[in-house]
Each structure stands twice: as C-alpha cells, then as structure tokens.
Write a protein that binds this ligand. Structure first.
Ligand SMILES: [Zn+2]
Length: 394
C-alpha cells in the first residue's frame, strides 16, 4: 500500500477539482473551455502552453513545459474528456462536485480530472522552489472514444520535440498503484464480397455470408487456441489473448445468394503478443483456402480488411527508470498490471517510457455517482510533493 498521507487535501486541489468537473467535457463535446481555463491558469504562472486542435477546432490537446528547456524531463499526462452520464441514475448533478462524508462525487472525479487538478494545484510549489528538471503536462481530448486526441498530440507536437520526455506517468485511476502493463487491442472490419445469383443456382454464385462465416469460424478456432494453449499471464483476467467477433451483417433475402457480408472483430492481446500476426494468419487462411474457389466463379469476389482501432499494449519493464520513479513517488514497492487500456501504450510506442499511476479507483470510473475519496486526492498530492523533492532545487 501507499504511505500515510493527511486525509484532508489542500483547498487548491479541491477548488480545482470542482472547477474541472464543472466543465461538461463528455467525449464528442468540445473541451475548449476547459483547455482555455488551464492555458490561462498556466499563463498566470508564466508557463506557456501549446494547443494542438482537432480539425473542427472545437477540441484541443494542451502541452506545457515548466522549468528549463532542452532537457528531457518528466511528463504527466491525462485526458480531459469524460464518459456520458446519459441513462445513469445520479443522485446529484454530475457536473457539480458534491461532497458526502469523505467522498467527492461527480463525473470525472476518478477518471481523471482529480489527477489534473492536483498537478495544477501544486505547480506553484514547483515553480517557487525552482525546477532543475522540466515538468511537462499533456492533456488530451477524446481518450474515451479511442485515444483520439493523444495520437494527434504525439504526431503534431511531441514527436517533433528536440528532446523527448524521459518518462511519462499517465494518471488514470489506479489508487496510486504503479501499473506497468496492460493488454493491447486491435480491431478490424472485414468486407466479404461474393457473387450474387438465384439461390436455386447456388453453386454458380459465391455466398458472401458463408465465406464470411468461414473466417469467423477461423477466428473462433484462433480464440480457442489461445484459451487452451496460451501464452498465459495470470496477472490478466482472462490470462490470455482473446479474439472475438462482435457483429455480422449480410444478404438481402433468402432466395438470393448474398453478394455482401460484413463483420467486425477484435483481438485483445497480451502486451507481448503481436495482433498483426493473428491478422496475417486470418488473411493467409482466406487467401489459401477460400479465395481460389471464389475467384473461379468471379475475379471480383474477395475480402477487404479495414483496421478500425489500434491500441498498443503497455509492457514497461519493472526495472525501467520510469517504473522506479513512479514507485518512489507513490511509495509503492510493487507494480501491477491493469485490465483496462490507457494512453500509456501510445506514449510508450512513441518512444517515451510510460507507466500508469493516478488517484481514484477504476471501479468508480464510468459509473453513476462516480467518486474519489479525499484520501486518494491526498495521496496524489503526496506523490506530487515527492516529485517536487526530486526535480526541484533543494
Ligand atoms: Zn480514463
């Protein structure tokens, strides 16, 4: 467990949590008001921000650096969006922090505005002491709908930095435990194209539904193989890579051999596994076992695969510098693995070693009456103060 901390967090943190939760930044909605608030807050502390907007200019990522320029530094990262409250039974206004005993209720209190609030609240302390190592802040939009913003932030800004941050801590709710590993996920849509004809003449057509079903069955076999043979990592639940088909649609009426069929599938893989190899296996099966007979009827028949999402897994070594740093700051003596995905995998893939460590519980994330305990906020403050001890002037 993490070390002892005062139960009552500072007023600055509490005020900023209230402020940030007050912006309705449900994914899909603009987040500019929140981003502009943070930019102005930083500007008042003489810290400049770079905004990386989306195409609509209704949303933006923010990147800011405090302390000396041209050095690697530590990056703290969080997303500004929250999941919808629609259809959930809230006992109070989700966009107004409501304190009940030692809990702060509100959308985003756990996932993950409290982390951002605590950083902002304690930043003046860092600046007053004087940073000898840079402290970077990265805030993204639309994490909850596919890590959309952070990809743009990485591509349009961070990848161009002369010196990249040497370590990234993503403050998703882990109850301040240090998470070094999570599964990755990739998904595809397959379009099967057959050859239409009257069903009485079925052998002279190519049945798109049936060839699609053969691929789905192949995926099912692959899934079974992972379940039976592994590889296994008991830190994950389930402890192996999973493959699953989620939707399928094809055909028009019963007496026509269907020309088109589309299905969606995903691979949630152990961080060390290569989802691309599983996809290549599927495409090889399609090419070797199905295409020749399809082409014998119609050269236009075939399959088209469209990748619909790509979230790299996270697999940061337990002895990596970033892990050591996060362990020291959180007071944790162990690391763990998470069942949920985060932006950390994308930072890691971009060459910035990353771990996940933030206040609040993932059990609360996305739920009605989401909350964070005051103790978690205090622990995050303690984390930040240890970071100040490490990267500020003595
Ligand atoms: Zn989150």
């Amino acid at each position: 467990m993490t070390g002892a901390a005062a139960l009552e967090p500072g007023n600055e943190s509490l005020t900023l949590i209230e402020k940030l939760v007050g912006f309705d930044t449900t994914s899909h909605k603009p987040n500019l008001e929140l981003i502009e608030f943070v930019r102005d807050y930083l500007s008042d502390l003489s810290v400049d921000s770079v905004l990386v907007e989306d195409e609509t200019r209704n949303k933006a990522n923010l990147f800011a650096t405090a302390g000396p320029e041209g050095e690697a530094g530590i990056l703290l990262s969080g997303h500004t969006d929250v999941v919808t409250v629609k259809g959930q039974d809230w006992h109070s206004d989700p966009f107004r922090v409501t304190r009940r005993e030692d809990r702060l209720h509100g959308r985003g209190t756990a996932d993950m505005k409290s982390f951002i609030a605590v950083i902002l609240a304690l930043l003046p302390e860092f600046l007053k002491r004087g940073l000898k190592t840079p402290l970077h802040l990265a805030l993204s939009y639309d994490e909850e709908i596919g890590c959309v913003g952070v990809r743009r932030l990485l591509d349009h800004h961070i990848s161009g930095l002369e010196v990249k941050p040497m370590a990234c801590i993503v403050g998703e709710p882990t109850e301040m435990k240090v998470v070094t590993s999570h599964k990755g996920k990739r998904s595809w849509r397959c379009h099967a194209r057959g050859h239409e004809c009257h069903s009485a003449l079925a052998p002279s057509g190519v049945n798109a539904v049936e060839v699609a079903a053969e691929l789905v069955t192949h995926l099912r076999r692959t899934s079974r193989r992972f379940q039976d043979e592994g590889p296994f990592d008991p830190a994950f639940d389930p402890p192996h890579t999973t493959v699953h088909t989620g939707t399928i649609a094809g055909g028009t009426v019963l007496n026509i051999v269907p020309r088109d069929c589309t299905f969606d599938y995903e691979i949630r893989h152990l961080p060390g596994e290569d989802a691309g190899a599983i996809q290549a296996e599927l495409e090889a099966f399609a090419g070797d076992c199905l295409l020749p007979t399809m082409h014998a009827v119609d050269q236009e028949a075939g399959f088209r695969f469209e990748e619909t999402s790509d979230f790299p897994g996270l697999n940061t070594p337990t002895d990596a510098a970033v892990t050591e740093i996060a362990k020291t700051l959180s007071g944790a003596n162990a690391t763990s693995k998470a069942s949920f995905g985060t932006e950390a995998g994308l930072f890691s893939r971009a060459g910035i070693p990353a771990v996940v460590c933030g206040p609040g519980s993932i059990q609360q994330a996305h739920r009605p009456n989401e909350f964070i305990t005051l103790e978690q906020v205090s622990l995050c403050e303690a984390f930040m103060r240890r970071l100040a001890d490490r990267i500020c002037q003595p």
